[in-house]
Design a protein around this ligand. Sequence first.
Ligand code: FES
Length: 146
Amino acid sequence: MRAIISDHLHLEGALLPILHALQNACGRIPQEATPLIADALNISKAEVHGVISFYHDFREVPAGRHVVKICRAEACQAVGGNALAEAALARLGVEWHGTTGNGAVTLEPVYCLGLCACGPAAMVDGKVHGRVDEVRMAKLLAEAGA
Ligand code: FES
């Protein structure tokens, strides 16, 4: 962790690059990184923690083996995104940012995937899917092992 932090100290606004690099390396931001980052950047641990908790893409616990994101923005909501989201949450038995008990799927909200004309939109492990209805979502979740 110290090496990752020091490799990014020269960057302007080094906090976000450090957090991204740690998450890429560890799959999460380890709690023990917070004081190291705070010391290196001469900021408080609370500031580091505030940034980590503000950006939902940063995790303090590892994500599931698959990350499913459902678009919660307006255009998708207008064509059934809310029902799709509620069905997925119920099917998985998780809250947003939660991971299924078997560790297979983490479900996250996202605010526009650039597929507004083909909503509701979802993303599975970085691959976008348009016109996702509940049946298609159930299939995607099953394929992910949920
Ligand atoms: S509003 Fe859902 S993809 Fe843009």
